[in-house]
Ligand binder design. Structure first.
Ligand SMILES: Nc1ncnc2c1ncn2[C@@H]1O[C@H](COP(=O)(O)OP(=O)(O)O)[C@@H](O)[C@H]1O
Ligand SMILES: [Mg+2]
Length: 236
């Protein structure tokens, strides 16, 4: 049994259909990446798995249990935490206050926050700084740190490296790889600098027009001479 199993999932917004039957799985401890050009439906898929956007059809199972009709907070409780693409921190609160908010419903907030500060020492240094004044890379680290407060079994990251420099992306990649090595499964949605991320993920799903159009081992994607063209979505 895989940790996450998505079968035949369709969803969208009101009458607008966006996903047309998605199948994917994540094994325990695995880090996978989702590729696809802008508008492919990556965010909608992550929202659907996390319960923010309801699935119209299909099945979503986590640790064998159906989570399809659960609310986002119930899905978090089951062990999935989702870091959205945008607005993933409170800019007018300090780093510490963001973490306090994230740990609001956690049993041992102080221990969890200390653990996050250990994983991201830069956040400790910036604890009194307003989140809105952090660099892009630091802000993503804070968003990931907040998600880790609930000690998720599966962490969903929607383009955390969007808009970051290659250096800031590398710092984030290193952190996320170490989180994965600590046992947390990860779905990483990638739009920019895919090679930096794919080197560390085992398998890849490529989306276009609300469907999975290609899946396989990351190495196969990296070795494909057409990868850059495919990735830019010019031929899928
Ligand atoms: N809130 C929304 N209401 C209606 N359509 C939306 C909404 N969000 C996204 N869409 C549409 O769904 C499609 C997929 O978008 P999205 O899932 O954000 O793709 P990606 O993350 O791959 O860029 C796009 O055509 C987009 O316009
Ligand atoms: Mg998106």
């Amino acid at each position: 049994m895989s940790l996450l199993e998505v079968k035949g999932v369709k969803s969208g917004y009101g009458k607008v259909s966006v996903l047309f039957g998605i199948d994917l799985y994540v094994e325990k401890g695995e880090m996978i990446s989702i590729l696809g050009s802008n508008g492919a439906g990556k965010t909608t898929l992550m929202r659907t798995i996390s319960g923010v956007t309801p699935a119209a059809e299909g099945e979503i199972r986590f640790n064998g249990d159906s989570i399809r009709n659960l609310r986002p907070d119930q899905i978090t409780e089951k062990g999935i935490n989702y870091v959205p693409q945008e607005k993933n921190v409170f800019p007018d609160l300090t780093v510490q206050e963001n973490l306090d908010m994230g740990a609001f419903l956690v049993d041992d907030p102080k221990d969890r926050i200390d653990k996050v500060y250990e994983q991201f020492p830069i956040l400790k240094e910036r604890s009194k700084q307003y989140a809105g004044t952090l660099s892009g890379g630091e802000r993503q680290m804070l968003a990931v740190g907040c998600a880790l407060l609930t000690n998720p079994e599966l962490l969903i990251l929607d383009e955390p490296s969007g808009g970051l420099s290659p250096q800031a992306t590398q710092a984030l990649v290193d952190k996320i790889v170490s989180i994965n090595e600590g046992g947390t499964s990860i779905i990483w949605v990638v739009e920019e600098n895919p090679r930096q991320v794919l080197q560390h993920t085992k398998r890849v799903y490529m989306m276009a027009n609300g469907q999975i159009v290609k899946t396989g081992y990351a190495q196969e994607f990296l070795d494909d001479p057409d990868f850059d063209r495919l990735f830019l979505g010019q031929s899928v």
